[in-house]
Design a binder for this molecule. Structure first.
Ligand SMILES: Cc1cc2nc3c(=O)[nH]c(=O)nc-3n(C[C@H](O)[C@H](O)[C@H](O)COP(=O)(O)OP(=O)(O)OC[C@H]3O[C@@H](n4cnc5c(N)ncnc54)[C@H](O)[C@@H]3O)c2cc1C
Length: 551
């Protein structure tokens, strides 16, 4: 039976400060464990609602925008604006809970078609208004912060009404989807044609097709289905200088692949209104299984071997010892105790949990693929129940984060990627930087995206929140981790650059790289209305980027 992805709860993509309103409190055993490991006190941190400042959008601009999208779709009420004030990083959540000020847009504009998006941009250029494209608002790198740069006002361009499946070509296995489609709805529409995208990031419940393309997102099944940019066959982009359509063939030697300039452009070069995606037949059978490997080095060598033999499971996820310990501690209960006893009896000293998941058209195909992956692999199978438990809880992370925020935990994630020969050094460097900056804390890590040449590393950090300066506490730790990453890995494997990573981009792509991006920006967005301060942090005038010292 194919389970693919079931989402039953209604998710409000404009909810800020929390993932859902329904997440329950932390269980007592988890709280006890946290207190022991992080020194967490009895602090309760009830959220205080932020206040929206007066809208700076002038009457003329508001009227002109209303003429394009309809007056009811230019919203200046505080709830609409606060609902698009920032993304969902830890710092964003703190700001929405009353620590620090969120950047609140002056209005929310909701166009209903690609043509309206082009017209909205024309109005914004004319009235000197900055535009922040807003999909699901799940950015964790400051990508949707309503920064106005040098503009008179800033609007959030909410793409929620662009939610149609435009076209399906089942023969070519292509589907054209509008950018504002949330992932669950996109999958439901494609399921009616027996098709799937197969892109399942942890933010699946809230994120959109346009957001995935704009950030080069990677889903949990990336080893099988690829990263989002691998799925993009074509894009339709609205820019202040007109529309640009890219991608009309499965492959092309007609110069550099300009589509890849748009994929990952984070709303700084244009607004993606439609995406043509390579889709797959929906799997009939899915099998998830849990394994344990003794030690990180053995575990990472195992997943490397499988990736380099080109037989990875569609979902390939290796937790380090700390993440395995936390999964077991938060799980609690007699089953977990029985598992710990079993591992001890089998002589496993540093258990690292490995979850593998295969999708296929039949049981036979899945069995064949499983056998290919596991050939020669030394890992202790814990069976399907553990794999299924992971699959069942795959979207629990942000709900647990809500519960942790409530009891005063500093909880955040960061990610990177590097070549296999540097994976362990990078993991050690980031861990050390975080522990130095935060003191008593828990740093967990996993690999969940594997390639022949390397892998991603995803870190989750838990520490007692500094009540006096919670934002400063995390910013110091994040800066230390980013310095540790620089030179060893990429500043982002899938969360993108946003505002948070922009200061580190030059170290990764060079001054020349920044200049190339700046010249593309000047061509497509000559007055700089699009998403100021994201991707390219500098001031992009005719002379190019401001010097690094000015940024
Ligand atoms: C709990 C949690 C888990 C996450 N897990 C993952 C994960 O597993 N994998 C992963 O890749 N990411 C993950 N993310 C990060 C985030 O979900 C992704 O970056 C996602 O692709 C953003 O989609 P969105 O629709 O929410 O975009 P938004 O957050 O609305 O926007 C992201 C950026 O893209 C721009 N943008 C959005 N739509 C458009 C458009 N149509 N045209 C042009 N620019 C646009 C925005 O201006 C912004 O710069 C996670 C985030 C959270 C909060």
């Amino acid at each position: 039976m194919c389970h693919t992805v079931a989402v039953t709860e209604h998710i409000d993509h404009t909810l800020r400060g929390r993932w859902t309103t329904t997440a329950g409190p932390l269980p007592p055993h988890a709280l006890k464990w946290l207190r022991e490991r992080t020194g967490l006190g009895e602090v309760r941190t009830p959220a205080r609602a932020p206040v929206a400042p007066e809208s700076a959008l002038g009457d003329a601009a508001r009227t002109a925008l209303g003429e394009v999208v309809g007056p009811g779709y230019v919203r200046v009420d505080p709830d609409s604006r606060l609902g698009r004030a920032g993304g969902l990083s830890y710092v964003d959540l703190l700001r929405q809970r009353g620590d620090g000020e969120p950047a609140v847009p002056d209005a929310v504009v909701l166009p209903a078609s690609p043509e309206q998006v082009v017209e909205v941009l024309e109005v914004c250029v004319e009235h000197d208004v900055a535009v922040v494209p807003f999909g699901g608002g799940t950015s964790v790198v400051g990508g949707v912060n309503a920064l106005r740069g040098d503009k008179a006002a800033v609007v959030a361009l909410d793409l929620n009404r662009l939610d149609k499946l435009v076209e399906v070509d089942p023969v070519s296995r292509l589907a054209v989807l509008q950018a504002g489609l949330p992932a669950p709805k996109a999958e439901r529409l494609l399921a009616a044609h027996g098709l799937t995208i197969g892109h399942v990031p942890q933010s699946y419940e809230r994120a959109t097709i346009g957001g995935f393309a704009a950030t080069r997102s990677a889903g949990q099944a990336s080893a099988g289905y690829g990263r989002f940019e691998d799925m993009v066959e074509g894009v339709r982009l609205a820019t202040p200088v007109g529309e640009w359509r890219l991608g009309g063939a499965p492959a092309s030697a007609a110069g550099p692949d300009l589509k890849q300039l748009v994929v990952g452009s984070e709303g700084a070069f244009g607004v993606i209104t439609e995406v043509a995606l390579r889709v797959r037949r929906r799997p009939e059978v899915e099998r998830y299984e849990g394994f344990v490997v003794d030690g990180w080095e053995r575990g990472s060598a195992l997943v490397r071997e499988v990736a380099q033999r080109r037989v990875p499971a569609d979902v390939t996820r290796l937790s380090d010892v700390d993440e395995t310990e936390v999964s077991l501690a938060l799980g609690g209960g007699w089953k977990v105790n029985a598992l710990k006893g079993y591992l001890k009896a089998r002589g496993v000293r540093e258990p690292c949990l490995l979850v593998l998941g295969w999708h296929g058209a039949s049981k036979r195909e899945v069995a064949r693929r499983r056998a290919e992956t596991l050939r020669g692999v030394e890992a202790l199978s814990l069976g399907k129940a553990l794999g299924e438990a992971w699959r069942h809880g795959r979207f629990n992370g942000p709900r647990q984060r809500d519960a942790l925020m409530e009891v005063g935990v500093c909880v955040e994630t960061l990610e990177t990627a590097t070549h296999w020969s540097k994976v362990s050094d990078l993991r050690a460097a980031v861990r050390e930087a975080l522990v130095d900056a935060l003191g008593r804390c828990v740093v967990m890590c996993h690999i969940s995206h594997v390639y022949e040449t390397g892998a991603s590393l995803y870190f989750t950090v838990l520490a007692a929140r500094d009540a006096a300066d919670p934002i400063g506490q995390w910013q110091v730790a994040k800066a230390a981790a980013s310095e540790a990453i620089t030179g060893l890995g990429t500043i982002s494997h899938h969360h993108a650059v946003g505002a948070d990573h922009a200061p580190y981009l030059e170290a990764e792509i060079g001054r020349l790289g920044l200049d190339v991006l700046a010249s593309v920006k000047r061509t497509l967005d000559p007055t700089g209305v699009l998403n100021p301060g994201k991707l390219l942090a500098g001031d992009i005038g005719a002379a190019g980027l401001a010097s690094p010292g000015d940024r």
